[in-house]
Design a protein around this ligand. Structure first.
Ligand code: FES
Length: 94
């Protein structure tokens, strides 16, 4: 049985002075936009929120699971590339 494709997103906010975090760098807005893009494209992908993916200094981050690409330094310009990779990942998974 195939495992469902997921977009795993970091929703961590580190509150210490000078500590980088994905939410501190705007990932909640990126996640909302990705949910919309996924819905608009009709993709069978769930968005799964996790508190920290261990690469805080490279954030905001997202990854495709299982076994897909890890995206760092996400910004609004990156989101179409994440969507394209999701579409390609789904095609390869069939
Ligand atoms: S805060 Fe996002 S990877 Fe740690």
């Amino acid at each position: 049985m195939k495992r469902p494709v997921r977009l795993v997103v970091c929703v961590n906010e580190r509150l210490g002075a000078g500590q980088a975090s994905c939410v501190g760098r705007g990932n909640l807005d990126h996640i909302a936009r990705m949910r919309q893009l996924i819905t608009d494209a009709g993709l069978d992908v769930s968005v799964v929120e996790r508190v920290c993916l261990g690469r805080c200094e490279e954030g905001p981050v997202m990854r495709i699971a299982p076994g897909g690409k890890f995206f760092t330094g996400i910004d609004t310009a990156t989101l179409p590339r994440v969507l394209a990779e999701l579409e390609s990942f789904l095609e390869r998974a069939q």
